[in-house]
Write a protein of this length. Structure first.
Length: 630
């Protein structure tokens, strides 16, 4: 099959081999951006959770301190005025508090002197402590609660902040966070984890006032989510990009090999196509079924069809003539069976525009790489010009023979004209003498005298015609003069009236009165009209009605004279065929009438033409130049 049009081979446009690597880089970048955004979102969520948990713990601490403050308030309300250490230890609230969380219980009077203090080994509170707070003493870190006593004294209860955290801190918060109690300066008071502040973890500080004065609760996350770039993901992404880069490199090398192979293939195809296109011989490849599989440009130019109109086509082919399809199909089957003549064969085709085509075809088996025949390859040579040359040579030979006969005919006609001139002259002289003798003798029969005058005129007219024809055959120029086509047609009508009436043919003159004069030899034009009218009358034999019409019309600077009839018509014949010397449709005709008429018309710088007639038959017309009016 004909290959598609070739385009110049080039490297992959836009470095298409790099697209996998570029897409992998884009994917890795998008994944990194998504992971960074996910880390930021997780950090925000962790920070929000931390704040919520800190507020929850602060609420629990405040609740616990509030409960203890309520116990101290009840103790201060129930404490007797004169209370000593033994009395204080005997109070159930104090005993349970010391067993549970309290470090010590101190009772102060209105002057802030110690009235009672239990137990003895516990550090004593400072006298200036007047409200709940946190103390730093030799016993460590402790917190105290105070309540007003009757009589203006106070009751101070000290407890350890670590105990506070153990009581208020739930287990699930202790697993998630390191909890620290710090003062306003950030110094450590108590905690459930590392006493040092963490700088690389999420933390949040919330005040526990008014439960504990100048005390802050700080929560620090035990586990900090690792950012994605500290995980194995960067290594996986690097490995992915490395593999993609390696695959891209391999793809690039492969695409270069493919591009090189494609360039070589295209170069080879271009060479083959150039060789085929340079050939003037048409190539046609067919499979074993006769389907057209390949054509070259010369073949397409030869038959006038495009490759798309021929490829895949089965017989009958579009360039086969419509006649003789069966014979061509039989020859086609013979050729497919291997019976094609080894020296080629000639056949007749028709181009797409209808032009006939003569070709010489040579068939050869088409074999594939395995050595099996897959079809037939045919070489088609246009021999139309050779055939035309042979036909022209044949016609030239015939024309030479015709010319020889015309020369002989001209010599015979010249001799006849010379020989007839003297008898016609004698007839004219004798006729004139007899007429003068009868008139001198007083003969009065007018019919006889009119016949003698007509005899003289016709003899003189015959003499003029013989002289003009002799002059024309001896290649003298026509004796042109100013004349009218109507007068010439009327003379033709008078001369042919009796012959046409005998045949039953009606001759009509349809000539306008204002037709311009022509520049012509009236005798020769009269003979042309006589010949055309007689030919038309011969074609009308047996027709009813039989009509011959002479008409004329101005065409530019010429006058076209037409002879129409209602006979059988031209029957596909052209004027060149009709006016060929010695061509005649009559069994007794010589075939010289129209040939002489054509020569006479062309000698007047006119042209003879043939066309269908409005009357239904044939129209033979010719043009004559108009007489130049000053």
């Amino acid at each position: 099959m004909t290959a598609p049009p070739l385009r110049p081979a080039r490297a992959p446009r836009g470095a298409a081999w790099a697209w996998p690597l570029l897409l992998a880089l884009a994917f890795a970048g998008a994944l990194a951006a998504w992971l960074q955004w996910s880390d930021a979102r997780d950090a925000e969520q962790a920070q929000a959770t931390l704040i919520a948990d800190a507020l929850t713990l602060e609420s629990r601490v405040a609740t616990w301190v509030g409960d203890e403050q309520a116990r101290v308030d009840r103790l201060a309300a129930d404490l007797p005025d004169a209370a000593d250490d033994a009395t204080l230890l005997g109070i159930g609230t104090v005993a349970r508090g010391l067993q549970r969380d309290w470090i010590s219980v101190t009772v102060l009077d209105a002057s802030n002197r110690i009235v009672a203090h239990v137990p003895e080994q516990s550090p004593r509170p400072e006298a200036r402590s007047a409200a709940a707070g946190v103390d730093l003493d030799e016993g460590g870190v402790s917190a105290h609660l105070s309540a007003a006593q009757r009589g203006g004294g106070k009751v101070i209860v000290r407890f350890a902040p670590a105990l506070l955290l153990r009581q208020a801190l739930p287990w699930w918060l202790a697993r998630k966070y390191d909890v620290r109690l710090v003062d306003g300066l950030g110094q450590f008071i108590a905690g459930s984890g590392d006493p040092r502040p963490a700088t690389d973890r999420y933390s949040h500080r919330v005040s526990v006032e008014p439960a504990l004065v100048d005390t802050w609760l700080e929560l620090t996350a035990r586990e900090v989510p690792q950012p994605w770039w500290r995980t194995a993901l960067p290594l996986l992404m690097a490995a992915f990009l490395g593999l993609t880069a390696a695959a891209t490199g391999t793809l690039r090398r492969q695409m270069r090999e493919v591009a090189r192979a494609e360039r070589e293939w295209r170069t080879e195809v271009a060479w083959r196509r150039a060789i085929e296109d340079a050939l003037t011989v048409g190539l046609r490849g067919r499979d074993l079924e006769g389907r057209v599989m390949h054509v070259n440009r010369a073949f397409c130019d030869l038959v006038g069809y495009t490759p798309e109109q021929l490829l895949g086509k089965l017989p009958p082919m579009p360039y086969w003539p419509p006649d003789g399809q069966e014979v061509r199909m039989q020859r086609h089957m013979r050729n497919l069976a291997g019976g094609a003549p080894p020296n080629g064969y000639e056949t007749h085709w028709v181009r797409a525009d209808g032009t006939p085509l003569e070709v010489m075809i040579f068939e050869a088996p088409l074999v594939d790489a395995l050595g099996e025949q897959v079809g037939w390859m045919g070489s088609v040579i246009d021999i139309t010009e050779r055939k035309r040359g042979e036909e022209r040579e044949r016609r030239q030979v015939e024309a030479l023979a015709t010319q020889a006969r015309l020369t002989t005919l001209g010599e015979v006609a010249s001799a006849l004209a010379h020989q007839l001139n003297q008898p016609l002259t004698a007839i004219t002289g004798y006729s004139a003498g007899v007429l003068r003798s009868l008139e001198g003798a007083g003969y009065g029969d007018r019919m006889v005298l009119a016949a003698l005058r007509s005899l003289g005129e016709q003899a003189a007219e015959a003499g003029r015609i013989v002289q003009r024809i002799r002059g024309f055959l001896t290649r003298r120029a026509p004796q042109r003069e100013r004349c009218g086509i109507a007068e010439i047609a009327e003379r033709v009508m008078r001369l042919l009236r009796r012959d046409l009436e005998r045949r039953g043919v009606e001759l009509r003159l349809e000539l306008a009165a204002d037709l311009p004069a022509i520049d012509a030899d009236p005798v020769l034009i009269e003979q042309v009209l006589i010949n055309l009218v007689r030919n038309a009358a011969d074609e009308l034999a047996g027709a009813s009605p039989a009509i011959v019409r002479i008409g004329a019309a101005v065409e530019g600077d010429a006058l076209r004279v037409a002879v129409d009839d209602n006979g059988p018509g031209l029957q596909g014949r052209a004027i060149e065929e009709l006016s060929a010397p010695f061509y005649s449709t009559k069994s007794e005709g010589m075939g010289m009438g129209l040939a002489i008429c054509r020569s006479v018309v062309e000698a007047h710088r006119g042209a003879l033409a043939a066309a269908p007639s409005p009357l239904g038959g044939a129209r033979i017309s010719f043009t004559l130049p108009l007489f130049p009016e000053e």
